[in-house]
Design a binder for this molecule. Sequence first.
Ligand SMILES: [Zn+2]
Length: 168
Amino acid sequence: MAKRFPANRIKTHRIYTVWEVSDALGCHKQTVGRWIRSGALAADMRKRPWLIDGRDLKAFLGQRVARLRCKLALHHCYCLGCKAPQEPDGRMADYVQQTTETGQLTGICPACGALMNKMVRRADLEAIRAKLEVTIQQASPRLVSLEDPRSNVTSTRERRTHGKTQQR
Ligand SMILES: [Zn+2]
């Protein structure tokens, strides 16, 4: 059914164009374009050619494999370090809106401490928030200044400490 792509050919510290991605993975340019337009693969679409961060591409391919192997739970992220799905540490994650439909969920791997990213649909956010404490981060700096960031940080910390004592 779905094809496996050689993620090991992708370098983390490199920026790729759509054409370079299709060349490295041996897939069609349109396939890469579809991944980007669906919001599954993060890309800088501000100008042509679209640019893809090698790290995002690796994360996307890892998630894709995890999804093929076993369905990745909505509130789990794929950890590149552990090469396994993980629930974000402390059941906490950040969400940054990226398009009107999608955003990026970021959490910390409880096993190795690595940052885990996952593209999620805006429509799934409420279901994710039922499982995780998600802090919505505003992508635009102009919007951030409208809120008081201090109150947010304090409450997150308090809840984190509280959660830890309860768990351990
Ligand atoms: Zn890990």
